[in-house]
Design a protein around this ligand. Structure first.
Ligand code: BGC
Length: 781
């Protein structure tokens, strides 16, 4: 736990029992609350001390020029950065003239609890001011899952042993002072004071600020309303200025008396709506929330989460830390995606400004698989967002001289924001990753309406890209040259196996949907010849394989490169990209993150079992895991090829990435893909679930440390529960029509009310391959 004893291991919550300023930044990320539309970092109510103040609205960003020492054709000229919008969570407190600031006086107790079942962040603390007055403060914070524009705080203060005069200032603050950020490229750019004031108002207990951004031209409204309960001495007044709206409430409290403020905050933003429209939007949302009331919002939150956990919960017996971590992960992934609604799901969700708030392939490859089987509506929304950005993707393809669509490597609004093209534009695989997410969602839900309206267009335009990017050689083989695969320590390689295999699936899927939806395909200009061309390319796709070694190559010629000098690379020089030039990494065999190993998971149907084992053994000693996207994939393939103990070590790494701050950058926001990777590791790794074919396939196997693993998958409007122990697995269809699944190749038809039990196979324990020196995952025994 964030290497601090103050964090307790509990199954359904994250509890911090002491305030430790050394890990304040990390705690702000792990205690972030969000619904995918509005996100509040876990900053303390009174605003300070803070590491990184953060209030985010999905999609709200500012643009800035991307300067290049040497520019080149097609380099994006402007970047996008998520901005810290109006802070609605601020509640400052004055205790007999002393600001309630935990850096002064004495903090007698402090506890914060993020309750994963209720979706509420609770805080209770007792503080003695420098002159000796003691108060108890209790607060509860939420971002509503049911009312997308709404966040709320209930704040209570009471004196502990003497009559005390308190003043509470509940504020909306725009253009907060931001701390200086480091030079780490994974940290976002700091844009200061980028909100231009347009309107401010304070009427009774209601506050409102409207701002707009200069370059991205977005208008942002925030409004707050309050319910105040206190003794007869309670007085309040409100005021506003350009960047602040403030309700001030004062009271004199005797011990046993409490001042309670319920604060409702609404947010709205738009790139096209007028000032009156945005103003009305936030006022209306606020009125709705006021009518629901605090308790109403709390009840709705619980009900929403009850619905989620019913289908999404994973039970892990035998490792309490993993049990907590997986629920924490599921909760944060839900927070990132639940109400994103036609916006992206950024790599950090709305928990921090790391990676500038950009979305990457992380979404489609790591986050959407979980959501497909736990909360499929979110997936349709996320893919609609991609569809909405097709005009930019088509334009980008044209600029690059290609056909179809080229989706951006990193973006907020759909425009390419990567200024480093070898690991940006050249990472074309993102297009096939999006296509794979489309196919997975359609297979899992049978949502033909989505297939027709969204799937066809996304699959066709991405297939066109592959067909124009690749070429047939004289022998007819299809090659895709000069691309970067998932491993960013190799770039511009020919025939990256992962890219080619995923592109092949993309081409085939496009031809299939074009057949199923001839009208939609024709409207996009697809004819028989074009679709036949896609099938030919898919069939002839080259996948580099060295028969003498019996090995697949990550890309053509890869095994002939020098191997990185791992022996002479001390631990402090990782991650390598911060200590070595890319040109040197690119010409050596050193793998940043699972690449061929990821291909063996996502396109497992394209490899034989013995090839998988040999490939895994070859790439393990080359893979340094300088990306948090690697451990979960290595977990899956380690489990499949028989290294179940090693798989469990990898699972631990994926699951504890943020709770233990393993990459030392949880302060910038959570690693949403790695959190989703906890699900990937458990469900695909130890549940052995694969979705290549028409029926879901399972090949469960548990590590010794786990006595039981149980998870559910939503599949075609049915809920399937898989309950695994060391010796057997039980499949239960909880509802709906009979369902066919495959248990290690045996097709089983499940009916509601008739669970089926099968023995679990124990793979032969193979000798574990070594990792590069110093890069072994922490053993988890
Ligand atoms: C990884 C990418 C990933 C990005 C954002 C990079 O370090 O190499 O694969 O998309 O981080 O998580």
């Amino acid at each position: 736990m964030i290497s601090h004893h103050a964090y307790a291991v509990e199954p359904w919550c994250l509890r911090e029992t002491e305030l430790n300023l050394d890990v304040l930044a990390q705690s702000e990320s792990v205690f972030a609350v969000s619904n995918g539309h509005v996100g509040w970092r876990g900053n303390l109510d009174e605003g300070e001390p803070h590491a990184l103040p953060g209030s985010y609205l999905n999609g709200v960003h500012e643009q800035h020029p991307l300067p290049y020492a040497e520019a080149g054709y097609g380099f994006p000229e402007s970047g996008q950065t998520v901005i810290n919008v109006t802070n609605g969570k601020l509640i400052r407190l004055l205790v007999d003239d002393e600001p309630f600031d935990l850096r002064y006086g004495r903090l007698r107790s402090h506890e914060r609890v993020l309750d994963l079942r209720t979706g509420l962040l609770h805080r209770v603390c007792e503080w003695t001011s420098p002159v000796g007055q003691t108060v108890r403060v209790r607060s509860t914070r939420m971002v509503s899952f049911t009312q997308r524009a709404i966040a709320a705080v209930a704040y209570e203060v009471e004196p502990v042993d003497a009559r005390t005069s308190v003043v509470v200032q509940s504020e909306l603050v725009a253009n907060e002072q931001m701390p200086a950020l480091s030079g780490d490229p994974r940290v976002g750019a700091a844009l200061r004071s980028c909100l231009r004031p347009e309107e401010n108002a304070a009427v009774d207990m209601r506050l409102r600020l409207v701002h707009h951004t200069a370059a991205s031209d977005q208008r942002i409204g925030a409004a707050a309303d309050h319910v105040v309960r206190g003794p007869a001495s309670t007085r309040s007044s409100s005021e506003s200025a350009n960047d602040v709206g403030r309700l001030t409430v004062s009271a004199v409290l005797d011990p046993g008396e409490t001042l309670r403020i319920e604060k409702f905050v609404s947010y709205g933003w738009s790139g096209i709506r007028s000032l009156p429209a945005v103003r009305d939007q936030v006022e209306a949302a606020l009125t709705g929330a006021r009518n629901t009331g605090w308790q109403g919002l709390v009840d709705q939150q619980r009900e929403y989460l009850d619905g989620f956990w019913r289908h999404a919960d994973i039970e892990v017996d035998g490792d309490a830390e993993i049990q907590q971590a997986v629920r924490f992960a599921l909760f944060h992934v839900l927070q990132a995606g639940s109400r994103a609604e036609q916006r992206s799901i950024p790599a950090k969700g709305l928990t921090g400004s790391g990676y500038d708030g950009h979305a990457f392939w992380d979404t489609e490859t790591f986050v959407l698989p979980l959501l497909t089987y736990a909360s499929p509506n979110c997936v349709a929304e996320a893919l609609h967002w991609r569809q909405n950005t097709l005009p930019a993707a088509r334009e980008r393809a044209e600029q690059l001289g290609l056909r179809g669509a080229v989706f951006p490597w990193r973006t907020i609004d759909g425009a390419e924001c990567s200024g480093y093209w070898p690991a940006g534009t050249a990472a074309f695989h993102i297009n096939a990753d999006i296509a794979a997410a489309v196919v997975r969602y359609i297979r899992a839900t049978g949502d033909t309406d989505f297939e027709r309206r969204t799937g066809v267009e996304l699959l066709v335009e991405t297939a066109r890209l592959w067909h124009s990017l690749g070429h047939h050689d004289s022998g007819g083989r299809f090659h895709i040259d000069g691309v970067t695969g998932p491993d960013e320590y190799s770039a511009l390689a020919n025939d990256n196996a992962y890219t080619n295999l995923m592109a092949g699936a993309n081409l085939r899927a496009a031809a299939d949907v074009a057949e199923r939806h001839p009208e939609q395909a024709a409207a996009l200009g697809v004819d028989k010849e074009e679709a036949a061309g896609w099938r030919d390319a898919a069939k002839a796709m080259s996948v580099p394989y060295v028969s003498e070694l019996g090995l697949h190559e990550q890309s053509a010629g890869y095994t002939g490169l020098d191997v990185w000098d791992f022996e002479n690379t001390p631990p402090e020089l990782y991650p390598l990209m911060l200590h070595f030039p890319y040109f040197d990494l690119y010409r050596k065999q050193v793998v940043k993150q699972a690449d061929l190993v990821l291909a063996m998971y996502l396109r497992g149907d394209a490899f034989e079992a013995d090839q998988k084992a040999r490939n895994f053994a070859y790439y393990e000693p080359l893979t340094v895991r300088d990306s948090s996207l690697s451990a979960c994939v290595q977990c899956v393939m380690a489990a499949e090829v028989g290294h179940v103990r090693l798989a469990f070590d990898y699972l631990g790494e994926a699951a504890l990435m943020d709770l233990a701050d393993l990459e030392k950058n949880t302060r910038d926001g959570l690693h949403i893909a790695s959190l989703a990777g906890t699900w990937v590791g458990l469900v695909a790794g130890f549940g052995g679930m694969r979705d290549h074919g028409d029926v879901l396939y399972f090949a469960p196997r548990l590590p010794e440390s786990l006595s039981r693993l149980a998870f559910s998958v939503l599949i075609r409007q049915r809920c399937l529960r898989v309950d695994i122990t060391g010796s057997q697995v039980t499949y239960t269809l909880r509802d709906g029509e009979p369902l066919r699944i495959s248990h290690g190749g045996e097709v089983i038809t499940l009916s509601k009310g008739s669970p089926q039990t099968r023995p679990v196979e124990h793979p032969t324990a193979l000798p574990e391959p070594a990792q590069p020196p110093g890069r072994r995952p922490e053993p988890r025994r």
